[in-house]
Design a protein around this ligand. Sequence first.
Ligand code: PTJ
Length: 266
Amino acid sequence: MDKSHSSDEWSLRSLIPENHPRKESLIIREKVVEGLLEGYLAPQGLIAHGRGECFDYLMGERTQDFAIKAMEAGIASILLAKNPVISVNGNMAALVPSEIVKLAEITNSKIEVNLFYRTEEREKKISEILRKAGAKEVLGVGEDASATIPELFSERRRVSPRGIYIADVVLLALEDGDRTEALVKIGKKVVAIDLNPLSRTARKASITIVDNIIRAFPKMIEIAKNMKEKRKEELEEIIRQYDNKKVLSESLNFISKYLSQLSLDL
Ligand code: PTJ
């Protein structure tokens, strides 16, 4: 990429007309581009974002019931956890930094940076963004990532001994698919947000929220505020009733029916 261009020069946010039919989607895209130009979002994050946009189209760009069910089970699990952690990567930091901090506050979760394309510079920049958004502590930066997840060979294996290493529940998103399985294998509950119900992450996670992080985080904050008042037994019952395979199959059925309907409406 040509680094001689500043983020201001490349940012097209101001060029998007107020009445553009895809205005919101274009602004979100600009946030991702800005993250890249500021050096904390991996170039591969742009590809990931494009893939997400495509799956979002197939679900009407709306949060569907199967996602709400998964969010409820996910939040119940986080509220019942001893050491819940929200794992953050470049795309999450670009799109939902304040929401990550808010959800962590409400649910008493720790926040940890964990990157696939790990560099200390990116970790520090992401940590700064989260601190600016109000985070008091951000784990997983530099030397703090001194523990190792067994059976994982990517840079994601380095984790904080105070965070993911001792976590019983990990909330993550835009995962490349190597870590969820390893975390589940060592007994952790993984709550994953992934727009692609066919991805390895979606299939291996304990609870899969098939939705866009842009909509999922605010909705999860709302759910967490309401659920905090519930008794432990009620939360346990929500988790007992939850079936991740059923939720994944509902999401695929939704896409299939949605496409059939669209083909009739042409
Ligand atoms: O910041 P790093 O170094 O940890 O790298 C992060 C990326 C995203 C580059 C890395 O984890 C990666 O390569 O991810 P993948 O394999 O492209 O997978 C990303 C998944 O997230 C895909 O299944 C996408 O459909 C999905 N996705 C993309 N955008 C969103 C999304 N899911 C929810 N909300 C989105 N906005």
